[in-house]
Every structure is written in C-alpha cells, then in structure tokens.
Design a protein around this ligand. Structure first.
Ligand code: K1U
Ligand code: ZN
Length: 162
C-alpha cells in the first residue's frame, strides 16, 4: 500500500469532473487500497479520487471510530434526498477552513463496489454529509463553494498567508 499526495485548494485539478469507471481490475483495487491508507492516515472519514488527482468516479468512506466499516462507492448516483442538516464541515483539500453547510439529512444512493456489482445504500447524518461532500468532489465542487463570497475570500486570504 502507499500514501497518495492530496491535492490542496486552489489546485485547478480539484475542478476536474470525474469520468465513469468501466474497468474493475487489479489496478482499480490497488487505487482503492491506497485511498483507504491515505484517508485513515489523514484522519478523514471520506476521500474522493479527485483529491488524489485520479479523475474517476470513486470515493472511499468509513465513519466508524474502529476503521472497520469501509464503504467503497464507484459511479455513484443519488436516488433521493430527505430533510435538512446544517453541520460544520472541513476538507482534506482545504486547509484552515471549517464552516456550516446546508445538506440533506438522509441520502439514498446507488453505486458499484470494487467488483462492479451494483448496490443501493441508505445514509443519514454524518454518513449522508460525507456522501454529499464526496460526490461534490467528483463533480469538481468544494464545500467552500457553498459558502458566501465573503467567507470564501477570508479562506483564500488565510491560505495565502499560510
Ligand atoms: O473529502 C474530504 O475532504 C474528507 C472529509 C469529508 C467530510 C466528511 C464528513 C463531513 C465533512 C467532510 C473528512 O473526512 S473531514 C471530517 C472528519 O475528518 C471527521 C468528521 C467527523 C468525525 C470524525 C472525523
Ligand atoms: Zn473534501
């Protein structure tokens, strides 16, 4: 396994829209293993392939404290959303920024596992927020895009200062 470098905002590659995955082979399994290692090492509960400069529709997720509840989602589509949640978010690709974003409280999604088998998943609360955050990444969207222009400018200033 290997740790993958995580792209940091404002790297323009974070804006690339991910392409669907069609090959479910050993190369894909290696990428997934490396993404879990990188995600756990960075103390994240989710990681989109976009963040490691791989522009394929894939994200990893594990919201457990014990790191034993891995969910890999390939070619995801959201089937239904319900409710509203307004929780503080951070992002492994955006340093120095945490802020509340309005998200759906429940999300039903469809995707494929690493073998290409289709499955459906019902998510709520932290897992639902994570799913929405990661699918945004696959579409080139960052959580700061949901904030006001003023807040975005403050974050850009902080990042410039380092
Ligand atoms: O994609 C990323 O940048 C990872 C990011 C995704 C995310 C998941 C859920 C809410 C907001 C953002 C993270 O994993 S940051 C959140 C995090 O590290 C965490 C959240 C709750 C409990 C423990 C850790
Ligand atoms: Zn993120």
């Amino acid at each position: 396994m290997a740790l993958l470098p995580i792209l940091k905002y404002p790297n323009p590659n974070l804006r690339i829209k991910a392409k669907p995955i069609t090959q479910f082979d050993d190369h894909l399994k290696k990428i997934i293993q490396d993404m879990y290692e990188t995600m756990y090492d960075s103390k994240g509960v989710g990681l989109a392939a976009t963040q490691v400069d791989i522009h394929l529709q894939l994200f990893t997720m594990d919201v457990s404290e014990t790191h034993d509840q891995r969910i890999t989602v390939i070619n995801p589509t959201i089937l239904r959303k319900e409710g509203e949640l307004y929780e503080s978010e951070g992002c492994l690709s955006v340093s120095y920024a945490h802020d509340k974003v309005k998200r759906a409280q429940k999300v039903w999604l469809r995707g494929q596992n690493e073998s290409g088998e289709w499955f459906e998943l019902e998510t709520a609360d932290l897992m639902a927020v994570c799913v929405q955050h990661e699918i945004d990444h696959l579409n080139g969207i960052l959580f700061i895009d949901h904030l006001s222009k003023l807040k975005q400018d403050r974050i850009k200033q902080k990042i410039k200062k380092g």
